[in-house]
Structure formats: C-alpha cells, structure tokens
Design a protein around this ligand. Structure first.
Ligand code: HEM
Length: 162
C-alpha cells in the first residue's frame, strides 16, 4: 500500500469506501422522484491525486444506474479542489471549488457531452460533500438545464464501510 502523498492530507477524510446508509432521494422538476443506493470508492496510489468511482443502484430492484469515475486534484499550497469526472451518461466534466474544513463545494468549470446526448442538456452542476460530526458523509447535487434554474437532483448520506 502506497504512502499517502502529503498533498492529500486535507482530503484524507474522503478516502475509503462509503455506502448509502438509507436510500438517497432523487428529484428534478421534469422527472418523478426516485430512490437509489450508492457506493463510493476513494483511493490513492501515492500520487497527489485521489481516484474515485461512484456507482448507483436502483433502491428496489438493485439494477445498476448512474456511474461516474475520475480523479481529484488539489491546488498545491491552496484549498482549491478539482474533480475530473467521466459519467456513464456520456458527460465529462471538471468541477472546481474550495475546501473548508471537511466540506467541499464544487461547481462545473468545464462540461462536454457526446454528439448524440439526449435532451435536455445539463449546463451546470453543483455539489456539496460534507463529513458530518456524526461520521456520515453527505452529498447534495443540484443541476441546471439550458436556460433553467439550478435545482436539486440528489441528496444522500453514506456510512463508512471500509
Ligand atoms: C435524470 C443528470 C446523477 C438518476 C437526469 C436528467 C439529467 C440528469 C440531465 C434528465 C432530466 C430530465 O429529463 O429533465 C445527472 C447528473 C448527475 C446525475 C449530471 C451527476 C452529477 C444521478 C444519479 C442517479 C440519477 C447518481 C442515481 C440513480 C436519475 C434518474 C433520472 C435522472 C432515475 C430520471 C430518469 C432518466 O432520465 O433516466 N439526470 N444525473 N442521476 N437521473 Fe440523473
């Protein structure tokens, strides 16, 4: 097992495997509300980079749903954090934001999609990760479609599973 790169010390609270403790809640003005489970993996290989995979499953029939994976980089000597993300829906994204204690607030910095992506096209994504005092990790995701307002799409809490 590689030694943690010191550049990642401020983000060490993310590392490991997280499992939704109860189903997450999905919503958006244009879709029926839904529930899902999700497993998050955050790992490193000694580089100043976190590798991540997020895999969501239908809460009732357990079928795989949304998946995303990528890398997390932190600005050397700063508190700026970047998520470099590929999503199974055909979206690739860079989200950036600031780390304050054990909370990360991220916003889309760059976004691209396949030429044949379904409409509506998402324009902006924001998310907050927070390690709560009770040891649970919380993620809230909001998004905006072309010309639309930023609205919540996902809210979920996870417990550490390893
Ligand atoms: C729908 C984006 C994560 C489940 C949608 C839609 C978009 C979207 C653009 C279409 C809304 C419409 O038709 O008006 C995203 C983005 C995500 C994300 C950008 C990550 C940042 C997730 C996750 C789940 C999920 C983790 C968990 C299962 C769904 C479902 C629908 C939906 C069930 C409605 C049915 C469908 O269109 O497939 N999402 N989503 N999404 N999303 Fe997400």
């Amino acid at each position: 097992i590689a030694e943690l790169n010191p550049a990642l010390l401020a983000l060490d609270w993310l590392l490991g495997v997280w499992e939704s403790d109860e189903p997450g809640e999905g919503s958006f003005s244009s879709i029926p509300p839904f529930r899902y489970n999700e497993r998050l993996h955050f790992s490193h290989v000694g580089q100043p980079v976190i590798n991540f995979m997020f895999n969501a499953f239908h809460a009732e029939n357990k079928k795989p749903m949304h998946r995303e994976c990528g890398f997390i980089r932190i600005q050397p000597g700063g508190n700026r954090v970047a998520f470099i993300i590929a999503q199974n829906s055909g979206l690739v994204e860079i989200e950036e934001g600031d780390l304050t204690g054990q909370q990360l607030t991220l916003h889309t910095h760059a976004l691209a999609r396949t030429s044949f992506a379904k409409e509506p096209h998402v324009q902006q994504i924001s998310r907050v990760f927070q390690l709560r005092p009770d040891g649970k990790l919380e993620q809230t995701v909001s998004m905006a479609m072309e010309g639309g307002p930023l609205m919540q799409h996902l809210h979920i809490t996870y417990r550490r599973s390893s």
